[in-house]
Design a protein around this ligand. Sequence first.
Ligand code: 5RP
Length: 227
Amino acid sequence: MNLKEQVGKKAVEFIKEGMVVGLGTGSTVYYFIHELAKKIKEGLNVELVSTSVQSINLAKSLGLEVKDIEEVSCIDISVDGVDEIDKNFNAIKGGGAALFREKIVADISNHVVWIYDEKKDVEKIGAFDLPVEILPFAYNHTIKKMEDLHLNPKLRHKEGKILVTDNSNYIVDLALGEGFNIEEVKKKLSTIVGVVEDGLFINMCKHCIKGTEQGAIIIENHNYKRK
Ligand code: 5RP
């Protein structure tokens, strides 16, 4: 079993009867959704919401119903992947361009679980470029502001075209380097009008499940405080 599959399957142990479950996005969550679909077919009764069209389509292809986020009054638990995570539970997300919905779903959720293979575990985040969702309107000006602030932006493309998110926005990837100053970058981004959201997820999860060759490890974040 590969490590993504290992943690995706393990995460289903957190899902209990009657819960509203937020589905994350990506190749690790893919296994979680498959395993959850099995449990639902065996009789588990849960309601689902999603962080992306990709995950909605996957869930639907497995015969699951996905509710619109406005149809639920709360989210009991959400399970999502990360691109990088440090020991203080600071993570970079958005490699799959779903960071905006992922952040809203994480923010609303009573319990956030991140699943990843051990390669995502880093001493300091930043080797992975930080994704930032921006408005298409005046995007070249937004990017220029980022350049002026030394954030090293690069507009994301897919198949030769500008990548468009599920929210009809664009993604800019910032090459900041390992160990960048998180507070400073957050402050700079907050001054740029066209920025919708960034892929910095600071201390937002209660549990992590890390895939290792020795098996899946559940890590509790003791410093997590629900807002
Ligand atoms: C999508 C994300 C994903 O959770 C992140 O990119 C991890 O993906 P994968 O499990 O495919 O490595 O943030 O926007």
